[in-house]
Design a protein around this ligand. Structure first.
Ligand code: G
Ligand code: G
Ligand code: MN
Ligand code: NA
Length: 257
């Protein structure tokens, strides 16, 4: 497969980059965290988003090296931001997307803790985004791994919440700190009553399970105001910033958004 061998090469040659999309709190310019998102700077095809290659990584053993590279890069970024006092170690959290095979690999817990220790960052500054798919595939293994990482202080969020099939009885057994409202619900929340109701339901679930909540894919003021009126206070989306490279993210932190 041509793309697979190109991906194999991309690692050794600095073609992978992590971008950072800020997460903000309602009514302030304060950046409380960010989501790390992988980009491929292809020598001929330019910047490629992961939608076109993440499945290729996931279906080959490349996902294991890629996963470790992503965790290391994210921790290195946190260490640099801390060293330059651009973030508050007590509040800032960088979230990293974890793929199902990466999570299930026997070295996963060691990979995460290894990256944290290598860069000597506070464990609480790293959050792992998992999907409902990971949860339902092997519930007891998932809970064990999450609890082990949680005992070290690593945070968890459920990505794309509402699009999978996780039952609420599973959800309450998981050490999850944050639910991310999927952008598909946010997109139509201001003109589709069903999506608006789903958002209200997700907010009620988060509240009753004592989990934090963030809305993804917020693009308009109307969406922002609707979500805030329903009780959501944390946001991520193009309205605030697209995913940006590390240099731009640092500039944003320096200038206060
Ligand atoms: O940034 P963008 O919208 O192009 O990301 C598309 C999808 O790729 C996201 O839904 C996300 O789940 C996935 N993705 C992005 N970065 C990473 C990453 O670092 N690791 C994994 N496993 N998935 C990622
Ligand atoms: O991991 P996850 O599936 O949540 O990835 C989020 C994806 O959504 C990334 O690919 C990111 O680039 C993209 N994204 C972030 N903000 C917005 C937004 O406001 N609108 C849209 N359409 N996509 C967004
Ligand atoms: Mn995500
Ligand atoms: Na999402």
């Amino acid at each position: 497969l041509a793309i697979e061998s190109e991906l194999r090469k991309a690692f050794g040659t600095d073609q992978f980059r992590l971008y950072y999309q800020p997460q903000v709190i309602y009514g302030s310019q304060k950046i409380l965290g960010a989501e790390a998102l992988l980009r491929w700077h292809h020598p001929r095809r330019g910047v490629i988003a992961p939608a076109t290659f993440i499945d290729v990584l996931e279906q080959s053993s490349l996902i294991f090296d890629a996963g470790r590279w992503i965790l290391n890069k994210a921790c290195q970024c946190i260490a640099g931001l801390l060293a330059d006092q651009l973030i508050d170690p007590e509040t800032f959290c960088l979230s990293v997307n974890i793929s199902p095979r990466q999570f299930r690999h026997s070295t996963f817990v060691d990979d995460v803790m290894g990256a944290i220790h290598q860069h000597a960052i506070p464990t609480r500054c790293l959050s792992l985004e998992i999907t409902e798919g990971i949860v339902i595939e092997n519930i007891s293994d998932t809970i064990d791994k999450m609890n082990e990482l949680r005992s070290h202080g690593v945070h968890f969020s459920i990505d794309d919440f509402g699009t999978g099939y996780s039952s609420l009885s599973y959800l309450k057994r998981l050490p999850v700190d944050l639910l991310k409202i999927d952008q598909s619900f946010v997109r139509d929340s201001t003109n589709n009553v069903n999506d608006a109701e789903i958002i209200r339901a997700i907010i009620a679930i988060a509240s009753s399970l004592h989990m934090d909540l963030i809305a993804e894919g917020v693009e308009t003021r109307e969406q922002l105001n609707f979500l805030h009126a329903q009780g959501c206070n944390q946001f991520q989306g193009y309205l605030f910033s697209p995913p940006i490279d590390e240099h731009s993210f640092r500039t944003l932190l320096l200038t206060g958004g």
